[in-house]
Design a protein around this ligand. Structure first.
Ligand code: UD1
Length: 330
């Protein structure tokens, strides 16, 4: 049986582009669909790129047909939590309605396998610091809600059609391609590791620590930081799992242990070799004190193993990329 190609939506974005590199290295046929709203043409290197939106049925249908797609990895989304609070319909429009359109076209075209980028934001502020896949979903912002709605559509579609899926719920993704080809180029970044690296290279004067009075060992928020290359590998493992006949499933993507903001700062100082200017500020609204994955299921279901589970490696690859961006901005 000949294998179809893989459509990667959002493949010019941060996590999508790292996954495309790994797919290509494995010899997969890949086409990227990206509207370049936050993605970068350069990030796909020489992979075929269709510039268009997941919400445009003509573009999606034509891409699925022209490239004989039988598998979709769906990364395309808006991802900035505070923006989703200010402009919820932008998030429901692109993330939820866009995904609905994509799924409809996929069902029509007989796409067999679907891997969906979801988020730990579906758990909101979980009752326990560790979230496993059966922790009740209770998003506290439109971003998380928009992703949870997409999970629901996928679940119901997989009952009604032969399509099978893996939903991957990402925890805190950071780091960049260790070979330095691509990285996180997001403008107006809000994520801790990226922001801290921007301070090191002089793009920002200081790092704000949002909250020092949390009930955590050092008073700052604790998160499960996962290297983007390990996360990308989880997508390839999910794909192999589906091809081998695996049932539809939902999996957390994290390492299963957390670091505080101060621990991240110390890592940045170790890697950069100098003190990081910080300002202690009030808690940021909507931040849980601790959010760490129970990550046993992804290991047992996919056979996924972490290769870059080391905070200094995460920070070093992020900082290398930030320095590169300084000299050759995207
Ligand atoms: C990120 C994701 C969210 C996901 C979550 C999983 C985005 C926009 N958010 O949110 O969807 O559910 O991971 O855990 O992708 N901090 C500072 N100063 C800063 C920035 C952050 O002190 O300048 C602190 C925050 O208060 C938090 C920690 O660092 O304690 C991580 O924050 P951030 O990197 O923004 O990610 P999350 O808010 O956890």
């Amino acid at each position: 049986m000949t294998r179809g190609s893989i459509l990667v939506t959002g493949g010019a974005g941060y996590i999508g582009s790292h996954t495309v590199l790994q797919l290509r290295a494995r010899g997969e046929q890949v086409v990227v669909l990206d509207n370049l709203y936050t993605g970068f043409r350069q990030a796909v290197l020489d992979t075929p790129l269709v510039v268009g939106s997941i919400g445009d049925p003509e573009v999606v249908r034509a891409t699925l047909r022209d490239y004989k797609v039988d598998t979709v990895l769906h990364f395309a989304a808006h991802t900035i939590v505070p923006e989703s609070v200010r402009n919820p319909l932008k998030y429901y429009g692109n993330n939820t309605c866009g995904t609905r359109n994509l799924l409809e076209c996929c069902a029509e075209a007989g796409v067999k396998h679907f891997v969906f980028s979801s988020t730990a934001a579906v758990y909101g502020i979980p009752p326990t610091p560790y979230a496993d896949e059966s922790t009740p979903t209770a998003p506290i912002n439109p971003y998380g809600a928009s992703k949870l709605m997409s999970e629901g559509m996928l679940r119901d579609l997989a009952v009604a059609t032969p399509m099978r899926y893996v939903v991957l719920r990402y925890f805190n993704v950071a780091g960049s391609d260790p070979a330095g080809r691509i990285g996180q180029s997001t403008r107006e970044a809000t994520l801790l590791v990226k922001v801290a690296c921007e301070v090191v290279v002089g793009k920002r004067p200081y790092l704000s620590i949002f909250g020092t009075d949390y009930p955590t060992p050092d008073g700052t928020g604790v998160r499960d930081y996962i290297h983007v290359d390990d996360l990308a590998a989880a997508h390839l493992d999910a794909l192999s799992y589906l091809r081998e006949g695996g049932e539809s499933t939902i999996l957390n993507c994290g390492y299963g242990h957390g670091y505080s903001v101060r621990e991240v700062i110390r890592s940045v100082e170790r890697v950069s070799g100098r003190p990081l200017p910080v300002r202690e500020e009030a808690r940021r609204e909507g931040d849980p004190p601790v959010l760490v994955a129970r990550a046993d299921r992804i290991r047992s279901t996919l056979g996924w193993t972490a290769r870059l589970d080391d905070l200094d490696t995460i920070v070093r690859t992020s900082l290398d990329w930030e320095r590169k961006l300084l000299n050759a901005p995207w």
